[in-house]
Ligand binder design. Structure first.
Ligand SMILES: *[C@@H]1O[C@H](CO)[C@@H](O)[C@H](O)[C@H]1NC(C)=O
Ligand SMILES: *[C@@H]1O[C@H](CO)[C@@H](O)[C@H](O)[C@H]1NC(C)=O
Ligand SMILES: *[C@@H]1O[C@H](CO)[C@@H](O)[C@H](O)[C@H]1NC(C)=O
Length: 465
């Protein structure tokens, strides 16, 4: 076990960790309004940018917050800065993506993405339908930046992303930060279990122009295209086709309002609040002889059809609906189950037989979700089960009725369990459970996983699965 010895000696190296926080540009949001786009890059503080410009850092943990920043003027005329975490019942984090990189790299991706849906890409009119390609592939194929930490939403505050050394996310030449924040102005509704709080499920309002003949929403083909698993399609899941679509991501584009603005015209004139996405990360200087680089796996989205499973992070429908259980069903039996099987970590350039080891896995579920399981399809063994928590109070991070956290599975050196190893092509089953006592639109059931390629220094693998 050369690797174990290696870790023990590495622990003795000086390994000073630094923690920094960076803030997105201000995001102005009115109640019931949607913010869903990439915000322009911001420069890191000059001292830090100078230190990081020509180095690679090993990031061992990160967390995000959505904050309101208030500058107050004191009696003596001086300004002070106050920051408060925004509760989900004011500003609901549907999901986020963060980007770190060079000025050039981030501005290039920003210039390219500014007018696009961050997941679905540009607006394509039906006549040009043959141009519709992958989903967010345009984000992944540029150089000069790294995207990490994406796609968690309301559970972001209680969703630890600390990976054990020697594993780390490696970032090079970081001088700038940019983000996509899909943020919904929920406008003070505290308990989502109240019937009148549907905004976080993105209802398609009468202002959305859904044209069934042309297959468009507001003149564009739905972004991303509808692309459900065989199971969800066979069930006629209403989130899988425009004909039956009543709410979800595709009605939640940037600038949309989620209430009927003909009936409530005043919402567009309500005062906006100003938020920032705040990323806090802990890193150390990268030592090539010590650190083992993590990358996101291509798997898993429970909506993804088997055919889409090549080179496609989020190549499925991304979302689906939870139909309400039949009237008269006992409450404890109101459970919706979705499942599919995907290869763990295929990409266009990866060898399907290459071994990878899983180090961090955490689910992304929406309100109503009760658990998500990852199962080795060949052995039937449970690899990870991620269970969300729901809030009970009013503080940010504990909002009553909201899904506010989710527990990851973390593997690594002892005392952690050893990282399970699989070939990239290994079939993995996802099973997502939702409480169906109420109907939900646009729920997501994703695995966000970090894996490392097993290279020679790992020695002979002992538990190849
Ligand atoms: C980084 O390296 C480049 C070329 O190697 C050099 O031109 C530049 O001045 C360096 N920047 C800093 C901040 O050290
Ligand atoms: C991004 O767009 C701005 C404004 O059009 C331009 O000045 C800048 O050079 C562009 N940057 C990159 C990297 O494409
Ligand atoms: C679903 O939620 C309802 C209402 O909160 C609750 O009464 C019921 O027990 C839950 N069902 C399951 C299967 O968790």
């Amino acid at each position: 076990m050369w690797r174990t010895l290696f870790i023990a000696s590495a622990a003795a190296l000086p390994q000073e960790e630094h923690t920094i926080s960076v803030y997105s540009r201000p995001i102005r949001l009115r109640p019931s309004e949607v913010h869903n786009r990439m915000d322009a890059p911001v420069a890191l503080p000059p001292d830090l940018a100078r230190r990081l410009a020509n180095t690679t850092i090993a990031v061992s943990s990160f967390e995000v917050d959505v904050v309101e920043v208030v500058h107050a003027r004191g009696r003596d005329g001086s300004f002070s800065r106050h920051e408060r975490s925004a509760p989900l019942y004011e500003a609901y984090n549907h999901h986020f993506l963060t980007f770190l990189g060079t000025e050039e790299g981030l501005w290039r991706i920003y210039n390219h993405s500014a007018d696009m849906d961050p997941i679905g890409g540009e607006c394509v009119k039906p006549a040009h339908a043959h141009h519709v390609g992958g989903t967010n592939g345009h984000l992944a194929k540029k150089s000069g930046f790294s995207q990490f930490g994406g796609a968690s939403g309301a559970e972001f505050r209680n969703n630890p992303h600390r990976v054990p050394a020697p594993y780390a996310f490696l970032l090079s030449g970081v001088t700038h930060f940019a983000s996509v924040l899909h943020l919904i102005g929920t406008g003070g509704v505290r308990d989502h279990s109240l019937e009148h709080a549907p905004l976080l499920e993105c209802p398609c309002t009468p202002q959305r122009h859904i044209n069934l003949a042309r297959g468009t929403i507001d003149g564009c083909l739905p972004r991303p295209p509808f692309r459900c698993s065989d199971q969800l399609r066979a069930q006629g899941n209403s989130g899988c086709a425009l004909e039956t679509y009543v709410g979800g991501y595709r009605c939640c584009e940037d600038g949309a309002f989620l209430v009927d603005t003909d009936k409530m015209p005043d919402v567009v004139r309500r005062p906006a609040a100003t938020y920032h996405l705040k990323l806090t990360m802990t890193f150390r200087e990268h030592l090539p002889e010590r650190d083992i680089e993590l990358h996101p796996t291509s798997c898993c989205d429970v909506t993804e059809p088997a055919a889409a499973a090549v080179d496609s992070f989020l190549g499925g429908n991304v979302e689906y609906d939870i139909p309400q259980c039949a009237e008269g069903t006992p409450q404890h039996e109101c459970v919706h189950v979705a499942t599919n099987v995907q290869p763990l970590d295929l990409s266009a350039h990866g060898d399907p037989d290459e071994l990878v080891e899983l180090v961090h896995a955490v689910g992304h579920l929406h309100y109503g979700g009760t658990s998500i399981e990852l199962i080795d399809e060949l052995s039937g063994q449970l690899v990870c089960r991620s269970v969300p928590t729901y809030g009970t109070g009013t503080a940010a991070g504990d909002e009553a009725g909201y899904l506010v956290g989710i527990q990851p599975c973390v593997w690594g050196p002892p005392p952690l369990k050893p990282p399970p190893r699989f070939k990239r092509s290994h079939p993995m089953r996802t099973i997502a459970y939702y409480n169906s006592s109420r109907a939900h639109t646009g729920v997501m059931s994703l695995w966000l996983m970090s894996a490392a390629v097993v290279d020679e220094r790992g020695g002979a693998p002992t538990a190849v699965q």
